[in-house]
Design a protein around this ligand. Structure first.
Ligand SMILES: Cc1cc2nc3c(=O)[nH]c(=O)nc-3n(C[C@H](O)[C@H](O)[C@H](O)COP(=O)(O)O)c2cc1C
Length: 185
């Protein structure tokens, strides 16, 4: 499986019990035959401040390096007040800077999200797609992943309990791998 594309997974929630982190981990498990998905930690990335662009904080350098070295990016995010969380937007902004040294342009990407609410991160994903388009990230249009969080939707080992959803994620992994091969440089 060494030729699997390396995918940097950014979870838009920093909390330990994040349902989006659980979704990311379950996707990584199911997609493993096709994609090498690894969560990128970015808790230490500070609030964006242009004064620090000339001497980037170590956490920003590490975050940018993780994105740059990956073949693609998967962002798994909650929805906060009908948009993406500030921590996620902050990290995206840092990695787009300084001018000419951003790490996003041309990167293949996909988006997923989980919410206990019935609308399931749809508004956040639309906003996120818009932001990623502005920094020339090649976001896969479909299939899209909206996951309404319920405890019973996961097995004890962290996978999905519904065989139909597992089949959906397997198909999603095939399509994302094809997307990465098509648009990645
Ligand atoms: C500040 C804030 C705003 C929220 N706004 C929304 C929202 O607009 N839509 C939604 O579906 N859930 C909303 N929620 C609920 C989150 O979906 C829920 O807390 C979820 O568990 C957060 O994701 P996480 O478990 O990955 O941290 C909000 C939560 C917070 C803390």
């Amino acid at each position: 499986m060494s030729d699997r594309p390396k995918v940097a997974v950014i979870v838009g929630s920093l909390r330990r019990q994040s349902v989006n982190r659980r979704l990311a981990e379950a996707i990584a498990m199911v997609a493993a035959p096709k994609l090498d998905l690894k969560i990128v930690e970015y808790d230490e990335v500070p609030l964006y401040n242009q004064d620090h662009e000339a001497d980037l904080p170590a956490a920003v350098i590490a975050f940018k390096a993780a994105i740059k070295s990956a073949d693609a990016v998967l962002i798994v995010t909650p929805e906060y007040n009908r948009s993406m969380p500030g921590v996620l937007k902050n990290a995206i902004d840092w990695a787009s800077r300084p001018p000419g040294q951003g790490v996003w342009s041309g990167k293949p990407a996909a988006i997923a999200g989980s919410s206990p609410g019935a609308l399931g991160t749809g508004a956040a994903q639309v906003d996120l797609r818009n932001v990623l388009t502005a920094i020339n990230v090649a976001v896969m249009g479909a299939p899209q992943i909206y996951f309404v969080h319920r405890e019973e939707n996961f097995t004890e080992d962290g996978s999905f309990s519904d065989p139909k959803f597992i089949a959906f994620i397997e198909g999603w992994a095939d399509k994302f791998a094809a997307w990465i091969a098509k648009v990645g440089s």
